[in-house]
Ligand binder design. Structure first.
Ligand SMILES: [Zn+2]
Length: 89
């Protein structure tokens, strides 16, 4: 793991954050770069962003109301479906 790889990751993670996507690690950055090549501008046909039920890490719509795992970015949170209730405390 070289220093330039770290700088590359920092730059890639910052660019992803500017696009509203939180990266977990370098492997995620590699997948994200492929994703952006396949879907220029991050526009995915049939998959809305920042809609009624977005993933907190990437902003793409979750596929079911009970889903605790984002199929788009891989984010997993067992409390994903109860986070709305806890906010009012
Ligand atoms: Zn996601």
């Amino acid at each position: 793991m070289s220093h330039s790889n770290d700088a590359d990751y920092q730059g890639g993670a910052a660019a992803a954050a500017a696009e509203g996507v939180a990266l977990r690690d370098k492997e995620h950055l590699a997948y994200y770069r492929v994703f952006r090549q396949v879907f220029p501008g991050g526009e995915v046909p049939g998959l809305p962003r920042h809609s009624s039920d977005p993933c907190p890490k990437c902003g793409y719509q979750l596929s079911t109301p009970t889903q605790t795992f984002c199929v788009t970015c891989g984010h997993y949170d067992p409390e994903l479906r109860t986070r709305h209730e806890k906010k009012q405390a």
